[in-house]
Write a protein that binds this ligand. Structure first.
Ligand code: C2E
Ligand code: MG
Ligand code: MG
Length: 499
């Protein structure tokens, strides 16, 4: 080699990341060079002169074969974007570490909030840059502590490392790195769940399930970045598991009951009962009365809510039919439709079957869909809502103002009623901003040409203000709490008597 020594070439090749996949075999007459070559990164060493060319050929083939296998293994072991381990390999590696005994370790789950929005707003390459910089900050961290990390899913990272007393440093370093890498001023919120000093009697998957619970718990508190798995979360998990287990038998045993809350039309001099909302109640035989706020979000998370919704639609349909027959008047019921129902190809068929079974029409049953469902997958929702409306159903947008609907979206989404989020009404009398937002919702409803229902109206002053603003319908404790059917029937009787 006239210009560079063989050893120099070797070192250059080995320091170039683009050439790492190429095996290098050193062939030389220099007997002394073997150790130096291997140290410099050679894969094999063959001394000249070559006495048996077929042996040399076989050695070359073997090395190439080994390299190809290694590349394959590497690609299964690592996440191509960040260079961290893949999820499968991560758990395999933990088992190996534990086989040799690792001492006290922590399981950490790190999640980037609303990551899909970064992709949508700033583009995929910016999204990739965010993921890479989080991964690189994690690797720096692992340089200081013993541990391993993987990218578990798009924006979720798992870390297994020797326990630290304080993780605020980790937060600072990851956010610091992110701020440097981002070309946009996006404020990125991290959520970090920690299962400290994992219980080695459980499986590694359980350690991380617990860290994930702590991480997800941060959704409830925007002021915090770190959360530790503790006895409160443990008890809550057991409680949730109990609820999940008991749901089926509670449906069979009629422990679930449907209550009705009236909606009064207030545009005239005297309020009139116009319709009511069906709201589920769980009278658990051992745990007592459980509020839907405790189990609906849980069942929404695992899909069980579909079964419960179906139960409510059937109960409400049957009840409405009985009242229609008994009082010879229609008091249409609104039922809640969860976002997951929207993806059920049989939604329409099921609803129509309930109407048919009870001799009802689409005038008797309105459908409430929460606003946040509209931002999940607007295209799918519009398609489903259009199809339901073609069949005659009227759609109410529930909790309007709680989510992210843009004005633009409102003009493309077909709806028949706006239900203003309760928090505006709650604060309208003591907070000018809430009052202005109430007025804005009224204006939007006028623009769309649909009535507004104000929910959560409790006081006379709220009622008066809403009436003066031109609100059409009121639902709230001011008129009545949700009632069991027997008690609700009295409201129908009163209404009938007043006509
Ligand atoms: P939502 O659909 O927005 O229902 C209105 C909630 O406001 C009900 O709470 C009702 O009791 C409460 N509310 C009504 N007026 C007032 C008031 O003046 N003051 C106060 N503080 N609260 C009032 P509830 O029954 O606890 O239900 C909570 C949520 O659970 C519902 O919000 C709905 O999202 C969900 N939910 C209830 N039943 C069902 C159901 O059958 N299926 C589905 N998918 N979700 C349901
Ligand atoms: Mg509702
Ligand atoms: Mg609501």
């Amino acid at each position: 080699m006239p210009v560079k020594s063989g050893e120099e070439v070797l070192r250059t090749c080995r320091s170039d990341p683009g050439l790492t996949g190429i095996p290098i075999i050193v062939m030389t007459q220099d007997n002394e060079a073997e150790v130096a070559s291997i140290r410099a990164g050679a894969d094999d060493f063959i001394k000249k002169p070559y006495n048996m060319p077929e042996v040399i050929l076989a050695r070359c083939e073997r090395i190439i074969d080994l390299y190809e296998k290694k590349t394959l293994i590497d690609s299964a072991e690592t996440d191509h974007l960040t260079g961290l381990y893949s999820g499968d390999f991560f758990f395999e590696y933990i088992r190996q570490i534990e086989h040799f005994g690792a001492g006290p370790m922590d399981a950490i789950v790190l999640d980037i909030e609303h990551f899909h929005l970064i992709n949508e707003i700033y583009g995929r390459s910016e999204g990739d840059a965010v993921l890479k910089s989080v991964a690189s900050a994690i690797l720096d961290e692992l340089g200081e502590n013993f541990g391993i990390a993987c990218r578990m899913s798009a924006d979720t990272f798992y870390i297994y490392q020797t326990g630290l007393d304080d993780y605020t440093g980790l937060v600072k370093r990851v956010t610091g790195k992110l701020e440097k890498v981002l070309s946009t001023p996006a404020k990125i919120r991290l959520r970090i769940g920690i299962n400290k000093d994992v219980d080695k009697k459980d499986s590694p998957e359980t350690w991380f399930d617990h860290a994930k619970l702590a991480c997800d718990d941060l959704r409830r508190d925007y002021t915090k970045t770190l959360s530790y798995y503790d006895s409160r979360l443990h008890d809550e998990q057991l409680y949730h598991e109990r609820l999940i287990q008991d749901m089926d038998s509670s449906i069979k045993n009629h422990d679930f009951v449907v209550y009705f809350q009236p909606k009064y039309g207030i545009s005239g001099d005297v309020p009139h009962l116009k319709s009511e909302e069906a709201l589920i109640r769980w009278k658990h035989p051992e745990l007592g009365m459980i509020s839907p706020g405790d189990f609906i979000p849980l069942f929404e998370g695992n899909g069980l809510v579909q079964k419960l919704d179906r139960f409510v639609w059937e109960e409400a349909g049957a009840q409405i039919a009985r009242w229609k027959e008994k009082y010879d008047m229609t008091v249409p019921v609104s039922v809640n439709v969860s976002r997951i129902d929207i993806y059920d190809p049989k939604l329409e068929e099921n609803l129509l079957a309930i109407l048919e079974k009870n001799g009802l029409t689409t005038n008797d049953m309105l459908l409430e869909i929460t606003e946040s469902a509209y931002s999940d997958n607007a295209a799918r929702l519009i398609e489903v809502v259009n199809s339901l409306r073609d069949k005659g159903f009227r759609i109410e947008m529930d909790d309007f103002g709680s989510g992210y609907s843009s004005l633009n979206m409102l003009t493309t989404i077909p709806i028949d009623v706006l239900k203003m989020d309760m928090k505006f009404v709650r604060n309208m009398l003591n907070d000018d901003k809430s009052l202005k937002l109430c007025e804005l919702v009224m204006d939007i409803s006028k623009f769309l040409g649909v009535p507004v229902v104000a929910e959560g109206v409790e006081e006379q002053a709220q009622f008066d203000k809403l009436k003066s603003m031109g609100c059409d319908l009121i639902q709230g404790y001011y008129f009545s709490k949700p009632l069991p059917p027997e008690e609700f029937a009295e409201l129908i009787e009163k209404e009938k008597a007043s006509l």
